[in-house]
Design a protein around this ligand. Structure first.
Ligand code: SF4
Length: 474
């Protein structure tokens, strides 16, 4: 499962300009996979003649790309939809689309709940948005949630960043973690061919992108469904082989990948990350629980000991590597002692960042029907204590940067302080620093010395739990 948030992010932000088809607005909930899908769908819409709108209340096409991982994200979608349904009653030309995991899960029943909807489409149909909208234009209400073989990405994504891009390498997930809706909404694993992935990266490099994050719900499964066995009798296509295949794309300076699964994470992969210079020393490996019995109940397929050994090996090969993870507390039946083992693991490992969540029962998942659900008060209490610990360990990890010189890839301007540039270290720490000419006005900064896409050495002078501040050394 990828890192998830319940905040919505907007894909279109440019001023409204009526295009041939009018304006569009996409709001994205949830994980990086959804964000990548939204970028592709924005690319399709722009290819069809839609222009980015200035807000969701005036756009001619509104698309909610939804997430069902947590109940509150799902509820938020329904409240957004209520407002749009009202708008549609006075503006029949508005096109209303729900995509993503809620669409897949609810299917036709969404149309019964919100009859104003024009299109309900699951994540496997993202690349078909244009065809589906043509059906809508012919007067139909369309539901596209059937199992679908994902066509090779022939679309040009509209990228929100000009520097960093996501590239899907595998869709779907064949695991059956007992709390997770992803397999039922995103379908079976479908890997893209190494050639197609490389081609997409070359195209991105030509357009000036510098950093690529290869994405998969369970990226270590990459290639399992592709044919081919090596003379040594192993699978021909693995994530490690893919990294070797795409590593030398000219113009791409940094490569990351997510989300890793401890069950399949190999020493060969760790060695490749240590040896290939563009691979960043940052690993996102969810552990979910620090207790073996809870892990078993979650059907995660590894033990805490295996997880620890993976991290030991990473730190042996890359001592400064940053480690982030996902964790769920208050899983059904989790005792206080089991929960404390999760805290102890966080303390012992010293994570750079942990995405935390209290367990939330999701429809059509085994754990949702188990009788030993924990009370809300326990969930809240555990989550609060956990978050405080995560922040403390992240702050301790940040300390190591103080006084160091870090290479930062500049992504843009600090939205809270236009006098500062913003970027990330190789270990994925957000870093702020003034432009080389600090007296410049925001307008001048646009043509400033340091530009998005530049690699800048920054001396770190201030550290916080999740970000750093420093000065550029040129
Ligand atoms: S089933 Fe497990 S591995 Fe697959 S997406 Fe869900 S949490 Fe991740």
């Amino acid at each position: 499962m990828s890192a998830t948030t319940t905040t919505a992010s907007a894909t279109a932000a440019a001023p409204a300009q009526a295009g041939q088809r009018g304006s569009y607005w996409i709001t994205t909930f949830g994980c990086q996979m959804n964000k990548a899908d939204s970028e592709r769908m924005a690319g399709i819409l722009e290819g069809m003649g839609y222009q980015p709108g200035s807000d969701e209340h005036s756009a001619d096409l509104v698309l909610y790309n939804t997430c069902t991982i947590r109940d509150n994200a799902e509820q938020k979608v329904y409240s957004y939809l209520g407002r749009q349904a009202q708008r549609k009653r006075t503006n029949p030309h508005l096109t209303l689309v729900v995509a993503g995991c809620v669409a897949q899960q609810e299917g036709e029943s969404l149309l019964r709940r919100v009859p104003e909807l024009d299109l309900v489409m699951g994540p496997q149909h993202a690349n078909r948005l244009d065809t589906l909208l043509e059906q809508v234009a012919s007067g139909q209400q369309v539901v596209a949630t059937g199992e679908h073989h994902i066509l090779e990405d022939i679309t040009t994504a509209r990228r929100d960043s000009q520097v960093c891009a996501w590239v899907n390498v595998i869709y779907g997930c064949n695991e059956r973690c007992t709390y997770c809706v992803v397999p039922s909404v995103r379908g079976k694993e479908q890997s893209r061919s190494p050639g197609a992935i490389r081609l997409e990266m070359e195209g991105l490099a030509e357009r000036g992108f510098k950093e690529i994050t290869l994405l998969g719900q369970n990226i270590d499964a990459y290639g399992r469904d592709l044919p081919g066995i090596t003379p040594q009798g192993r699978r021909q296509h693995t994530l490690t082989d893919l990294l070797h295949h795409v590593h030398d794309v000219a113009g791409i300076e940094r490569i990351r990948f997510a989300t890793s699964h401890p069950r399949y994470f190999t020493e060969r992969l760790i060695d490749a990350c240590a040896e290939l210079p563009k691979l960043c020393e940052h690993f996102h490996i969810p552990f979910q629980s620090g207790d073996d019995d809870v892990l078993k109940a979650m059907a995660r397929g590894y033990t805490v000991d295996r997880y620890r050994r993976i991290l030991e090996r990473i730190r042996e090969r890359m001592p400064d590597a940053a480690i982030s993870a996902d964790v769920i507390v208050a899983f059904p039946g989790e005792s206080d002692a089991q929960y404390r083992r999760t805290l102890a693991l966080i303390e012992a490992i010293g994570f750079d960042q942990v995405n935390t969540a209290a367990y939330s029962p999701r429809p059509n998942t085994p754990a949702a029907d188990w009788p030993d659900q924990l009370p809300e008060a326990v969930k809240v209490e555990r989550l609060q204590e956990l978050n405080a610990l995560v922040e403390r360990t992240a702050r301790q990890r940040s300390e190591r940067y103080l006084g160091r010189i870090e290479q930062v890839l500049v992504e843009g301007t600090n939205p809270r302080d236009p006098g500062q540039r913003m970027g990330r270290t190789r270990t994925n720490r957000l870093t702020f620093f003034p432009d080389l000419a600090p007296s410049r006005s925001p307008a001048e900064l646009e043509g400033g010395i340091i530009q998005p896409g530049d690699l800048v050495n920054v001396r770190i002078e201030k550290v916080r739990a999740f970000s750093l501040t420093g000065v550029a050394l040129g």
